[in-house]
Structure formats: structure tokens, C-alpha cells
Design a protein around this ligand. Structure first.
Ligand code: PGA
Length: 256
């Protein structure tokens, strides 16, 4: 049985007051919801106050981050290391988000390196994969996802995926309101799982595969009904405590 994970990716949003109040409101709304892990990835700048707030509330909310560098320390201007993230209690680290791949030219290889470093540091990578609109229309979705996974499998072996979370995020569905249909998402998730199963059935059965891309309270349950969708990576709707909590509630209802 895979324990569902709902993670909020706050992207480049918030300020000190918003981070504090959003965590407080969210924590209050999660009371009584069982059987689901909930994580948030604030901008790295706010990890300090987020960690303090989570501790003060004695909240079960897991702290995450949106990116990481491959180096632990040294002359790497502007970067943030896995050890720094750990220092602030962040455990679930998003890597390879399509916005990083697109705006910062992150390659499959650099994402693979980030995954390896995070694992060495005992952190949990949340690796985003997914196709563009053109690739989707050309029927290349699974090929693209397989290529993104193979960059890791070929370099590090399938064991690298042990304890990792995959977020399948069709790029055309991110922030657009054009979510993938639950049937399509299920088909791709099953394809991703079976790609991993070709190398390790045990890891494939265990691995959490989240769906991401315009998940909202209105459509969340339709995804969580699908057997291979184990949670969600939520952007826009995670900035509203009520909406995000209702997505968590939908996962608790459909998965337990
Ligand atoms: P969205 O973003 O929920 O706003 O579509 C998802 C994501 O980028 O992780």
C-alpha cells in the first residue's frame, strides 16, 4: 500500500506574513485528516520561518524545497546546497520541474546528478517529468517520460529510484487550467510504473507517482480514484489553505 503524498509547490510566491499565515491556516484545516502525507515547498528564502512555524504548531506538514544544487559547498555563487536545505529541516526536494528545465536549461543529466546528491544526503527527491504540448499531440508522452527516467536508470541503476517520488506533470497542464483527463493520467502513470518494473518490480510497486498540472478541489478526487495516481504536486491551488486542504481530504477519502 502506497501512502499518498500531496505536495504544494509555492513557486515564486509569498512573503514572511503569507508563509506564516498559510502554514497556520493549512495546519488547522488538516486536523482530523489521516492517512496522507502533506508537504509544502516554499521559496527557499522562507524555509527558516516555515520551519519555525511548523515546529511551533507541532504540525505534521513536511517541509520541502523547489530546487537544489549538486555541490555541498564552495565557490558556487547563488546556489543552495542539500546540506543547507537539511539545516532548515527540508526533506522533500523538487528537482527537474519543467520551469527549471525551461527557464534554467536544466538537462536530464543535471537532474540525474541532483537526484544522486539528494539521496547521498538522505533527502527525498521529488523528480518531475512530463511532455510538452507538441510532444503530447505527437503521441510521444511515454517516450519522453521514459527518456527522462532512463537518464537516471542508465547512470545509477534502477535502485536510484528506491525512496524517490516521481511527479508526472504534463507541461501543457501546468498553471493553464487544462488538466490531463484522469484516464489519460492513469494510462501514463501505469506506463511510468511499468517502465520501472522492467528493471525492478519491487521498486515499481512501491514508488509514489504524483500527478501535477491544474489539480484543483473540483478535479482532485477524479485523479485519486485512479490506481496508479498516488498523490499530487499542486501549484496554484496550494496557495489557498482551504483549496489545498480539500485536495488532501480528497486523497484521504479515495486512497484509504
Ligand atoms: P499548477 O502547477 O497546479 O499551478 O498547474 C503544478 C506544478 O507546477 O507543480
Amino acid at each position: 500500500m502506497r501512502r499518498p503524498l500531496i505536495m504544494g509547490n509555492w513557486k515564486l510566491n509569498g512573503n514572511k506574513a503569507v508563509v506564516t499565515s498559510l502554514l497556520k491556516d493549512l495546519d488547522a484545516q488538516l486536523v482530523g485528516i489521516e492517512g496522507v502525507d502533506v508537504a509544502v515547498a516554499p521559496p527557499v528564502m522562507y524555509l527558516d520561518i516555515a520551519e519555525k512555524q511548523i515546529n511551533e504548531l507541532q504540525s505534521k506538514i513536511i517541509l520541502g524545497a523547489q530546487n537544489v544544487d549538486i555541490n555541498l559547498s564552495g565557490a558556487f555563487t547563488g546556489d543552495i546546497s542539500p546540506e543547507m536545505l537539511k539545516d532548515f529541516g527540508a526533506t522533500h526536494i523538487i528537482i527537474g520541474h519543467s520551469e527549471r528545465r525551461e527557464y534554467h536549461q536544466e538537462s536530464d543529466d543535471s537532474v540525474a546528478k541532483k537526484l544522486a546528491v539528494l539521496k547521498e544526503q538522505g533527502l527525498t527527491p521529488v523528480i518531475c517529468i512530463g511532455e510538452s504540448e507538441a510532444q503530447n499531440e505527437a503521441g510521444e508522452t511515454l517516450t519522453v517520460c521514459a527518456r527522462q527516467l532512463d537518464a537516471i536508470i542508465n547512470a545509477q541503476g534502477v535502485e536510484a529510484f528506491d525512496g524517490v517520488i516521481i511527479a508526472y506533470e504534463p507541461i501543457w497542464a501546468i498553471g493553464t487550467g487544462k488538466a490531463a483527463t484522469p484516464d489519460d493520467a492513469q494510462r501514463i502513470h501505469a506506463g511510468i510504473r511499468s517502465h520501472i518494473a522492467q528493471k525492478s518490480d519491487t521498486i515499481a510497486k512501491k514508488i509514489i507517482i504524483q500527478y501535477g498540472g491544474s489539480v484543483k478541489p473540483e478535479n482532485a478526487a477524479t485523479y485519486f480514484m485512479q490506481p496508479d495516481i498516488d498523490g499530487a504536486l499542486v501549484g496554484g491551488a496550494s496557495l489557498n489553505a482551504t483549496d489545498f486542504a480539500s485536495i488532501v481530504q480528497a486523497a484521504a477519502k479515495m486512497k484509504n
